[in-house]
Every structure is written in structure tokens, then in C-alpha cells.
Design a protein around this ligand. Sequence first.
Ligand code: SF4
Ligand code: SF4
Ligand code: SF4
Length: 858
Amino acid sequence: MERLRDAQLFRGIDSDFLDEMIAEASLRHFSQNEIISFPLNGERGIYILLEGKVRFVSHRENGTEIEFDTFHTGELFGARIALGEMSPSSPNFYVADEDSQAAFFPIKLLERSMAREPRLSLNFSRIVARRMIKIDRRLSRTEDNYAQLLEVVSRVYKETDLLHPNFERTKFYRRSEKEIKALAQSGESLLLWGESGVFKTQFGRKIFHLSEHFRSVYLIVNFYREENLYLGGRKEPLTPMQVLFGWEEAGRRKAGMLELGRGGTIFLLGVERLDPETQIRLWRHIQDQQSPDRAGFEPGEHGPRIIFASRHSPKDLEGQSRLIPELAAYFEKRSFHIPPLRERKTDIPDHAQFYLEKYCRKLEKGSASISDRTLKMLLDHNWPGNDAELAETIKRGLVLAQGPLLEAEDIFLDFRKVKTRGRVDILRFDAIFKLFRSPWFPSVLQAAVIPLFLALVAALIFGPSIPDSNLGAVFSWALGWPMLVIGSFFWARFWCTICPMGSLAEGLKLLINKEPQRALPQVLRRYSGWIIMGVALLVMWAEMTFQMRYIPARLGWLLVGMTCFSLFFACFFERQGWCAYFCGLGGIIGLFSRLSPIEMRADKNVCAARCADHPCYTGTAARKGCPLFLLSPSVDSNFSCRLCGTCVKNCPHRSLNINLRLPGGEIWETRGKTDLSFFTFAMLGALACELLGWEGAKSVSETHTVGMTLLFVFYVSGFLLALILLSSLGRLADGDTLRGHLARYGQAHLPIVFMAFLSYHLYYLLTLWAPLMDLAGTQLGLDQLQLLQWQAHPDTIRFLMALILWCGFFWTLLLLRNVAKQKKGFLRTFSLHSLAALGITLFFLAALDFHFFHIFHL
Ligand code: SF4
Ligand code: SF4
Ligand code: SF4
């Protein structure tokens, strides 16, 4: 079976994809002179010869046998059986010329694979078309019907053409039916024009079906695709003139499309891509269509009718000198315009329903329906990719949908917008790509972190109750939390990939050897940002109220509690529900990682063009899909993606990139998110409470818990109200809605929040470093660690903290500028938010100073 990799059919096919196909193929042996027909179960399919020789022969009524073709090792045969061109009683058959061996690919496998890998259908069409032409020469000698043979070629296209929209049911088609029929029956060449994705190909086929040429050959030649110039597996491209009118090779004449399509119809996409000389020759062909003598065909035969197709109107093309005036004048009366989907929105509900039913069948999903909110979303969208985009969107939605209702959360629009500016993909380096594909990644790292985590929790709970003597506590504040904040910048949310709470949950699933199938409620996806923000605030509130900084055991129990939640969700629900929809710690890291210079993104064009079943989400036989319920091409923010690399392993099309980018670029490149804007300001409130609350709590209430809770609510709601107030003023300047303005600008203040947290944790890192080394040295018996003790001067710490905050301020200004540029009223909105950012910076400069240098009097 290994020899299959060299077969012509699989040229340019991804090896992982090929492995999957080969696994489903079966081996067949034929002894010399054995007739090869349908397998015993009547299953249709194609063969690829692995050993021996096979002939294709025909028995004539007069008892003669004509040999049409011979197949050698590595060649495909049986296409006629696969395409249903040969019944078991056919006088034509394949016969083994010697003892032979072949791999059999059932037609269902072939169709499925072609749907996923267009290159395969292209190879298949080429091979079959070449064979047909070869057979044609022999048949011509036997005076068989040439056109009948060529129809097989057109059927190849039909078989591989996988989109059959229900455009006949649409309002637009019904309105234009008469015009289409008249054009079809006129028999004249004509032009179909409309934007990419309006299914010009389907309209062309419909015109062919309604014409008198129906049942004769229908050939498609697409000059928008360069591979059409490489007929016959050539290394050098042909010119469009050669493709259409034929060429000489090794002293022999090769037939062009016009000759192959005589008596039938040619669908020619991209007329404007043809040079003027070829256009003139086509124009002459149109003129000669009714005069066979002048066209150079045999008397009684007609040159083919040509249905031209273009993305532009004839007028535009002529204006840009991309169409000769003769053709432009001809098309003026013989053209049909297919408007873009945004101009025939009344078709959307019908179309959407049709695709829903079609893909439900294909994906074996039973029945499904579209919610009102989803339909409204579909109607509101502009559909730059037209009907093709709608079909793809519905299919993708169905892959994601967890129930029988297609919700707005399952729909991802603007799928093809790929941001590549200012990005460098590091997965293009083989070593990094191999690392992410390795089965050991990230399991080895996860296995290494778990014992450390368990030791940390044990030290917190069972170690000394005085925080300064508890190694777990000192480690957490000196290194643990600072590293989480710093790490969220340098490696985004990668911490979650090795986080022991998540790893233990994955380990538990392996241990019970069962992946629970119970789905979490759909509504969680819609509100996950809010829920995560709530849990994050709860954790911070608990940390302050229960004084976890000073009582190590409580911090230990908090970690145990979070681990239990993670294990509970792993046991009862599919994937990692806790991490995807609840974990506040992961949420804070995710929020900060939006500023990271690293991101994992899919190439949406590859996904849209080549992917049928989205294994990054659905998983493969060897591996489950994304643990966080993400469809890779829909990921446009670091907030949710934890860079675990599962999708890199699962993707058969090498669509995933790990990009280096401008830090914070995603804030102005992606749509604003209301929940994340509130999350940003809520974090400011929580930090303000941490810095100022300890003193204030005593004055608010005698009980620390009550006082701290009241202050926590006060600070968090104060900052949230400030955001609302700021946005209400800002929207007056840019004319946006309150929600829109808040969503865009709230998140632009993220750098100052991140830097305030960094500044806060830097203090602990620098002041607790020496005690940490001392404690670790004495308690672990590693005296060498004591040599690493180092103490920064308080003035240095103070200076560094202020420097970090000011860097955050200027970074925020940069983000605000890029966000403000996208709307009107730039100067006013930018000034307003810059003032707010300055206010926040000054506030935290004072608060940090007050907390660390006045309360604690270093
Ligand atoms: S989301 Fe929370 S529990 Fe899950 S991996 Fe990240 S930090 Fe750990
Ligand atoms: S990332 Fe890969 S597997 Fe996922 S949709 Fe894109 S091409 Fe398909
Ligand atoms: S999108 Fe890919 S890298 Fe991100 S969490 Fe999902 S599987 Fe992991």
C-alpha cells in the first residue's frame, strides 16, 4: 500500500490526509485474464494498480475485441465503473493482463475525500479526461460516437461538483426564470456576471440544462485558477490560447477545449483574464458558430456554445481595457447579471433553510432549525462572499451547534478576513511545528508541573501558619502570581496548557477511560465572558476578605476548591467545561494575554476552501478536538485560546499559525467586546480595593469581612460606573452607540490595568526574592540557593513600579489612538480617553505608593 503515495491521483495531497484514505482502501488480487468488474457486493469504486498490468477492452457483436487502453503500476483504472458508466452487462470490461494487485477505493470514500480535498477531484478529473481523450482516438478509428464519450468527461465535473444550491426555489430565480429560459434556448454564446460566490457555475449549468445542447458535452474551463493552464500534468503552463484552441507537442497536435467541446457547451470563467489575441479568436469563433466550414469543424458539426462568466460587468471590463470592444458590444445584449446576496436578502431565509437541511444530512445531525436571533444576524450581515459564504457559515454553525437549534453563538461571520499584516508565523519553522505535533507535547510539561503543584498545596495547608515562614506562601506571592502575570504577556495563555488543575482533570478522564458526552447548556457560551469575570472577582474578593495573603492554609484550600470544580466538570461534562466557561484565574490570564505578542490563529482562507469536517473542533480518531470548545478559524482573541496545540495536531491542512505580532494589536483589530471591557475596569476596581481597602475596611466596619466586602463592591462598581460615564461622554464625540463605544474603548485601557497588576506583583517579586531563597535553602537543604539571595533597594523598587505604570499609560495611548482612528471624532474621543488613562495612572501611582510605602513603611 505504501506504493500508493507515488500514484498520480495523490500528487500534492497531504500525507496525513492520504493516510486516512489508505486506511479505508482494500487490497484486491487478480489472476491473469481475470475480468475485473464490480466487486461481489456491487459496490462502485476505483482501483489503483499496485502490481501487474490491466487492459480495458470491448467485445464487438461480430466477435472482435478492441483494446482501448492499458494500465500500468501506479495508474488509476475503473473510473467508468465508479462513474456508473458501465453496467455489469456492458460489452466493455477491464481484464488483468498478468497476475495483478490493486488497491480499491469505494466511491463513497472517494466522494467524501473529494469534498474535503479539492486537489483530489482535480487530479481525478485530469486523469480521467486524459484517458477519455486517449480512448477517443481509438474509438474514432472504430467510428464510435465521440460526443458520447466526451460526456463522460463532463460527468466527471458533475460528480465532483458538490454544491447544488436550491436557487430555483429562490425569489430571484423565479423573478428571472423567463429571461434565463430565453437566453438558454437562444443557443447563443452569452456572459454571466456577478461577484465571486454568487454561484455563476450553477446558473451556467442551469442554462446548459435548459438549452438544446443538453445531453451533449459540457466542459468547464476556469481561468481564475492557474492550474487550468497545466493540462495533462504538464510542468510548464500552457497559454489560454493553447488551452482553448489546441497546441503542437512532439510533432503531434493536441486538441484544445473548443475542439473537445464541439457540439456541446463550454463554461468559461474569467474571460477578462484572456489576452486580446485570444479574445479576438473567441469572438471569431462566436461569429463562426453557425458556419461550421469556416470554424474548421467537420460538416454537420457545430463549434461549442460558450457561456462566459466574469466577476465584472462588460462595461467595466471594457472601460478597464480588459475586454475587446467587439465582445463588449456582443455581451451588451447577451448578458445576465446575478446580483450579490446583499441585494437579494429576501433569498436568505430560503437559502439558509436549504443549506441547513443539506448539511444536516451530510453531517448526520438529524434535524435542526435556525433560531430567530440567528436569522436576524444572517439578514443583517453584508455577505461579501455571497451565497458561497452563507453555505459555509451554516455548515460551520452546524458543526459547532450543540443542540437541534442553530444559535447566534454558533455563527461566525467575516470568516475570510485574515490579518497577516505585521505578523510572523513561527510554525513555519519545522522544529517548532514538529514540537507542536509531537505526542509528548504538552504532556511532559503537564506531568512535571503536577507534583510541584501538589507539594505547593500541601505546604500551604500543612506548613507553618506564619506566612513569612511558609515556603508555599512565600513561593506563591514571590514567584507564582508574578510569573502568571508576566507569563500572560510572553506566552499568552500557555499557563493553562500546563496548569495542574486542568491537567488533573484531563488525567482523570484518562483514568476513568471515558469522555462524558453530556453537553453544557448552550447559554454558557453566550455569557462565558460575564461568568468568568464574576468568578474572577469572587476569587479576588475571597483572597482579600479571608486574608489569604496572611493565612496560607486558606490559599491552599482555595486552590483545592478550584481543582475540585475542574475535576467535577471533567467527570460529568464533555471537554473542559470549567476552564472554558468558569475559571476566573484562567480568565484573568486570558484577559492579559490579549496584549501578548504571540497568538495562535488559523488561516481562514484555507479553512473555508479546504476543510469539510473541521477536525480541530470535532477531533480525529486519534485525538479529541479543542478542549475549550473553540473552532480554530473562529478564534480572533487570545482570551479563550490556551495555545495547547491540539488543533495543530488535528488539522490536516496545516492551516494553523503561531504568529508573532504587535503587542495588543488584537484590541484594535477585533470588534469591541462589552464583557471584556467591563472585565478590564472591574480588575481596576479589584486592584484598587486590594491597595486601599486594608486601611479603609477598619473604618467602614469593625468586622474585616464586612468592611472589605463593602469596599470591594464600592471600588469595583465605582470603576464600572466610571467606564459607563466615560463612554456616555465619548459617544457624543464619535456618534456611536453607548454599548459600541464602551466595547471598543473599555478594552483599549487594558495596558494600564496589566501594568498596574505587574507593578503590584513586581513589588512582591523583588522584596520576597531573598526570603524565598533563604527559606528554600534551609527547608529543602539546598544551601546553594542562599547564594542567590538578592535584595533591591526600596527606592529602586519604587522607581521601577512607577516606570512600569507610565509605560502602561503610553501603551494605552497607542491603543486608544488606533481604536479612535477607526471612527469619526478622533481628536475628541482620543483626548477624552487619554485624560481618563492619565487619571487612572496617577490614581494607581498614588495607591501603590500609599499601600507599599506608607502602610507598610518599608
Ligand atoms: S482555566 Fe483555570 S483551571 Fe483551567 S487550565 Fe486555566 S487556570 Fe487552570
Ligand atoms: S484549522 Fe484545520 S481542521 Fe480546523 S477548520 Fe481550519 S483547516 Fe479545518
Ligand atoms: S484553539 Fe487550538 S490551541 Fe487554542 S485551545 Fe483550542 S485546540 Fe488549543
